[in-house]
Design a protein around this ligand. Structure first.
Ligand SMILES: [Ca+2]
Ligand SMILES: [Ca+2]
Length: 508
């Protein structure tokens, strides 16, 4: 069951890659010239041709990495952030080093004969250079890959950093590398104040602490360049992932299910912690079954008491599917200047999206909430703001809630339109609940409309694609309030289809 869902997440990533063309098709030619980087099948960049230089990088989405020079020392390009494949090492001369694989890729090479590839297998043979992942991790330096072959392993801690363009890449081959015994910390995988480390493809199950924890940095000197990709986390003792002070990092294509076996009420699927965790992207994750009482799909905590500016900013939260948690889908304490788009959130105990300040230095400000399907029909609101500093832009969303669609206090500069809503909204901290007509009289949501689950979705409760004839179809807008709508939907389908942009995370 979980495996099947995980596979769906992979499909999603691949789909996005196919259709997200051209958002960053830059290349990195050098004066001496490398072998041409291969452009991605769609949207990747290409490098310069020649000998020995660096190959091009794939595009931000969908690119393939370049091929290193055949007789040079050039590095292979980086795969696209999603969907790209890693660069190919050069042959002859000094071998080039492949780049970071995108979601469709992996490490530069899995060839155990290469000195920078450290192969781990629990079974003796050609792929067993190390029998534990920890032993390989302890030997790594920047640019190394730890390639783990199918088997069952104890967890590990990473104490060595990669470098910009030379990450340490931990890669689980074949989809059945199981970590079911903890590292010494009790976590499955611990990143201890390191940067430029990739964790790709591990299945972590039943560890007493977190499946993956990154900690030990400070808000003023956070970890950078952490990539947590395509992992499956089940039955963690506490949170699924606890990621503290990770900046300019990427959490994508993971599935987290069934956290909190220790009984801790705050056993979030994913916890992005503390004020150094700026400019990080969380996308295409499937998060569910984190059901303890105060557990959220993703808990963001800009905690002033821990130091720094007390705010998490510059986030991109997109393409996530979050359901069946004990509290809110997105729970954002002290988050500002961030984009939330193309998420499908439903069936949680409380609000689909909640932005506020308790631990954060300030409340929400300048959140752009676009093209999401946010359904909170157990209790709560589609989206709720408090301790609010305003500047939010909210459009093209389906916002359904047992209490209503949007709840806020007076929110300076608030802009919302082109939403499908429950016919209950509040602009004064829920002292007054207004129907859409009354809300429109305040100057909001002139083009929005009221609807309900049964009229909108293929199968409320499980399948939140739009059904034929749904009133959300072709009722959206390409941009609003200075923010563009996403050019693909949750499934990677280009927007718009048909006559116009649709409202919600799905485009028909
Ligand atoms: Ca910050
Ligand atoms: Ca359409």
């Amino acid at each position: 069951m979980h495996r099947a869902t995980w596979a769906t997440a992979f499909g999603l990533v691949a789909g996005l890659a196919i259709l997200s063309c051209g958002s960053d098709d830059s290349s990195t030619p050098t004066a001496t010239g490398g072998a041409a980087g291969s452009a991605g099948a769609t949207g990747g960049g290409s490098g310069a041709s020649g000998k020995g230089g660096a190959a091009g990088n794939g595009g931000a989405t969908g690119g393939s990495g370049g091929t290193a020079g055949t007789a040079g020392t050039g590095a292979g390009g980086n795969g696209g952030a999603t969907g790209g494949s890693a660069g190919t090492s050069g042959t002859g001369g000094t071998a080039g080093t492949g780049g970071i694989g995108g979601s469709g890729g992996g490490p530069p090479s899995t060839d155990c004969a290469l000195p920078e590839v450290r192969c781990v297998d629990d079974t003796p043979g050609a792929t067993q250079e190390y029998s534990t992942i920890q032993a390989a991790a302890d030997a790594t330096k920047a640019g190394d890959s730890v390639v783990v072959w199918e088997g069952t392993y104890a967890g590990f801690q990473v104490d060595a950093s990669g470098a910009q363009g030379q990450p340490i890449y931990f890669y689980a081959t074949g989809g059945s590398v199981l970590i079911n015994q903890p590292a010494s910390t009790g976590d499955g995988i611990r990143l201890q104040n390191v940067s430029h480390v990739v964790i790709d493809g591990f299945h972590v199950q039943g560890v007493p602490e977190r499946c993956i924890a990154a900690r030990g940095a400070t808000p003023d000197t956070p970890m950078v360049g952490i990539v947590v990709r395509r992992n499956l986390c089940e039955q963690a003792g506490v949170e699924g992932f606890y990621l503290s002070e990770i900046s300019s990092s990427l959490v994508e294509g993971n599935e987290v299910a069934s956290t909190g076996l220790s009984g801790d009420a705050r056993s979030h699927c994913v916890y992005l912690a503390n004020a150094g965790s700026d400019n990080t992207t969380l996308r295409n994750n499937v998060l569910h079954g984190c059901k303890n009482a105060e557990s959220n799909g993703i808990h963001f905590n800009g905690d002033l008491s821990v130091g720094g500016d007390g705010i998490i900013s510059g986030l991109v939260v997109e393409g996530n599917r979050i359901y069946d948690t004990g509290q809110n889908g997105l729970n954002m304490d002290g988050v500002q200047d961030s984009l939330v788009q193309n998420n499908i959130i439903f069936g949680n105990a409380r609000n689909a999206m909640r932005a506020y300040a308790i631990d954060g230095a300030q409340g929400p400000k300048n959140l752009h909430v676009v093209s999401n399907t946010l359904v909170a029909l157990t209790s709560g609101w589609g989206v709720k703001f408090s301790e609010d500093l305003g500047g939010h832009v909210v459009f093209n969303n389906i916002l359904l809630g047992a209490d209503g669609a949007i709840s806020m206090d007076a929110s300076p500069g608030f802009q919302s339109d082109y939403n499908v809503v429950t016919d209950q909204l509040s602009g004064d901290g829920e002292n007054n609940i207004l129907p859409l007509a009354g809300w429109q009289a305040l100057g909001f949501d002139a083009h929005s409309l009221v609807s309900a689950e049964a009229a909108l979705f293929v199968a409320p409760g499980s399948d939140y694609k739009l059904k034929a004839g749904a009133p959300a179809i072709d009722k959206g807008t390409p941009s609003f309030g200075g923010q563009q709508a996403p050019t693909v939907d949750f499934f990677g389908t280009a927007r718009p289809q048909g006559a116009a942009f649709d409202i919600g995370a799905h485009e028909l």
